[in-house]
Write a new protein. Structure first.
Length: 86
């Protein structure tokens, strides 16, 4: 006799519920990344900017220069620093 009926079958039930929960979390993460933009497989976001490193800083610098917020000299100096030239 197995006692009160909660033998080895309960272990299988716990594994099932844990796998189900992990699957739900995975689906939610995928959906949020798809809706929110996330990062494409080439490492760039939907706006075309890099997700890591200095490329985002270069993009901001380019935008500031295009808007006329900084001079050509400031642009070149800051670009050299970001690229590691100065």
């Amino acid at each position: 006799m197995r006692g009160n009926g909660f033998g080895t079958g309960m272990g299988v039930v716990w594994v099932f519920w844990l796998l189900l929960l992990a699957g739900i979390v995975l689906v939610v993460v995928v959906v949020v990344r798809m809706i929110g933009g996330g990062v494409r497989s080439d490492g760039r976001d939907r706006a075309g900017r890099g997700s890591a490193g200095g490329s985002g800083a270069v993009d901001v610098l380019n935008e500031r220069y295009a808007r006329g917020e900084i001079t050509t000299e400031e642009y070149r100096e800051r670009l050299a620093v970001l690229r590691g030239d100065g």
